[in-house]
Every structure is written in structure tokens, then in C-alpha cells.
Ligand binder design. Structure first.
Ligand code: GFB
Length: 314
């Protein structure tokens, strides 16, 4: 991404990941940034995507758009999570090939590895076992995206690469309690309980599941690092290499947002995958490491939430 004249299309620029990638590109300032609102381009529509690529001819693509959500949203809406994500990446990858995009970065997810694969998870474990049932639809869509990058590389010589981010968090996350991921949900739950003077905060599951969390600004830097340096067929993990139990995470969020709250575990809710810690040997070996520590990142995200979230406690 060193050439000033290159046009880079960031899909999903209004989402958690897309906004962070746009911020990182703008901070670097040496690319022409292309974005398009969903109202102007539905990435699920193949003809519309083809027309957009034909008109705008991006040199580079970072595909951040996706239908995403936490464990409950994934379990409730398998058709939406499969169809929307599969349709978007099929259209974007096909148009990128047809219009000779010089490099495309596709984002998978740590949740698409087999449910019970050895930990920490190495990239080669993909497709070696059954998926986690609570998000199988999303995972299958993302697996087809990762493999599609390899098919376009094999058949047409496209430089399409795939990264596998771990659980992400940060500003402009989704804080809706039914559809969000765990970290924004806990921030909002402790915040709302504090505002309402409620002593208890309900945390789903047994609290024993373990998750790895990467701040989205670190992810964005990793994406630009990979755009500059990585041209291999194999997917590459992006994480911190450190995980935490949901119970410990709830205590950490409590200490930042509402220290006197009482944590109540609701074991009727699913734990999901017991653990999905990424092996970071490859990306660390290439010279990239995350910078933002979890406690600092949660504090910054809470500051953002209290300042900018329009729907605080309705
Ligand atoms: O982020 P999350 O919803 O999804 O985390 P996954 C779920 C874990 O957090 C489970 C616990 O162990 C839940 O029991 N948890 C506790 C909560 N309290 C809450 C809460 O209030 N809300 C939520 N959402 N969870 C996702 C995939 O899996 O990983 C997505 O479903 C995506 O597709 C993402 O890939 C990276 O981490 O289990």
C-alpha cells in the first residue's frame, strides 16, 4: 500500500472493523480511499457489485463488510448469517478478479475453526473437525470465503489473502444486548445497572468459556501490515495470543464500569465454544504484535460508549 496513486476499496466502512481500517488508512494518508454506503451498494447484489467495480476500478480491496453478531444472534438467524456473508464475499471476490484488483484481503474469524481443535489454534486446523453449532452458519460462510481466496489464486493467479481475526471490540461496536458480542454486552449491562442503581448484573453461561480479545485498532494495523507484507495462500491468524475466562472478563469490566455490582451467572444461556485461542507464531514471526492491552482497551471503549453512544439505556 505504499503507492500514493492506488485506490483502496474498504467494504463495510461503517462497521466496527471497517471504521477502524478507514481510520488507519487515513492516518497513513497515501492511498485514495473508496467506500460505499449500503444504501448505494448492496454487496449481496451481484449486478450492482459488478457495476460498481467497473465504474470505480479499485486497485486494492479490504473486505470488512459482514453480517456479524454474538452467540444469540448467530443461533437465532442462521439463514441471514449464512446468506448475507456468503453472497457478499462471492460478489466482491468475483468482481475483484474480473477487474484485476492487485490485492484483496478477506477477513475470516477465529470462530470458524473446529469447535474442539487443539489450543492454541494453528491456521492448518481449519476444516479438520466439526464446527461450533451456535455459529455454524456464519462459520460455513466464512470458511467458503477463506477457501474462495485460495481458489481464485489457484485458478486465476489472484493475490487474494485471508486473515483470521479473534474476537474484536472497540469504538462503534454493537451494544445491543440481544445481538452483540460479549464484551460490548458486558460494558452496557454494567453501565445500565449503574445508571438504574441495580445491584446485580447477569452474565450468560457458566463463566468458564475462554475468549481472546483484540482491540479493533490493532486489527486495522494488522490488516495494513498484511496488505504490505503478506502474499501467501494460507490464512493467517490475528490475535493477542492471550485469553481470559468470561467470568474473569466480567470482573474486569465490573472493576472499570461498576465496581460494587454483583455478578449473577445465567447457566441457561449457552457457553458456545469452550475456548478459541489463536496461535500467533506466524504473524509474530513476520514482525507484527498487538499494542493495546485489554484493560486499557476496555477503559477506552467505555469512555467512547458513555460519550458517543446515542442509545445509552433505552
Ligand atoms: O462474543 P460472544 O457472544 O460470541 O461470546 P462467541 C459468547 C460467550 O460470552 C459465551 C458469554 O460463553 C456467552 O455465554 N456471555 C456472557 C455473553 N454474557 C454474555 C452477554 O451478555 N452477551 C453475549 N453475547 N455473550 C462469536 C461468533 O462467538 O465469535 C461470531 O458467534 C463471531 O460469529 C465472534 O465469529 C468472533 O465468541 O461465542
Amino acid at each position: 500500500m505504499s503507492s500514493v496513486n492506488q485506490k483502496i476499496f474498504v467494504t463495510g466502512h461503517r462497521g466496527l472493523v471497517g471504521r477502524a481500517v478507514v481510520r488507519a488508512i487515513q492516518d497513513r494518508g497515501h492511498c485514495e480511499l473508496l467506500t460505499c454506503d449500503r444504501s448505494d451498494l448492496d454487496l449481496r447484489d451481484p449486478a450492482a457489485v459488478e457495476t460498481w467495480f467497473s465504474k470505480n476500478r479499485p486497485d486494492l480491496v479490504i473486505h470488512c463488510a459482514g453480517r456479524v453478531g454474538g452467540i444469540q444472534a448467530n443461533a437465532n438467524l442462521p439463514v441471514d448469517f449464512f446468506y448475507d456473508n456468503a453472497a457478499m464475499h462471492m460478489n466482491v471476490l468475483h468482481a475483484a478478479w474480473r477487474h484485476s484488483v492487485s490485492k484483496l484481503l478477506f477477513l475470516g474469524s477465529s470462530c470458524i475453526y473446529p469447535r474442539d481443535c487443539p489450543q492454541p489454534i494453528r491456521e492448518e486446523y481449519l476444516l479438520t473437525g466439526p464446527l461450533e453449532p451456535t455459529n455454524e452458519a456464519y462459520a460455513l460462510a466464512k470458511v467458503t470465503g477463506v477457501r474462495s481466496c485460495q481458489y481464485y489464486r489457484e485458478q486465476y493467479g489472484c493475490n487474494f489473502v485471508a486473515a483470521m481475526p479473534t474476537n474484536l471490540y472497540g469504538p462503534f461496536d454493537n451494544f445491543d444486548l440481544e445481538t452483540s458480542h460479549v464484551l460490548p454486552a458486558l460494558i452496557r449491562k454494567f453501565h445500565d445497572a449503574k445508571l438504574r442503581g441495580e445491584p446485580d448484573v447477569v452474565v450468560w453461561g457458566t463463566g468458564t468459556a475462554r475468549r481472546e480479545f483484540l482491540h479493533v485498532d490493532d486489527l486495522a494495523e494488522a490488516c495494513l501490515f498484511l496488505m504490505d507484507t503478506y502474499n501467501e495462500a494460507a490464512p493467517i491468524n490475528i490475535g493477542t495470543g492471550v485469553d481470559i475466562s468470561i467470568g474473569e472478563l466480567a470482573q474486569l469490566v465490573r472493576s472499570i464500569v461498576y465496581p460494587t455490582a454483583r455478578i449473577v451467572l445465567d447457566a441457561s444461556r449457552p457457553d458456545g465454544t469452550p475456548r478459541k485461542l489463536l496461535n500467533m507464531d506466524r504473524l509474530h514471526g513476520l514482525g507484527w504484535r498487538h499494542r493495546i492491552k485489554l484493560q486499557e482497551g476496555i477503559r477506552d471503549t467505555y469512555d467512547w460508549f458513555t460519550k458517543f453512544s446515542t442509545d445509552l439505556a433505552n
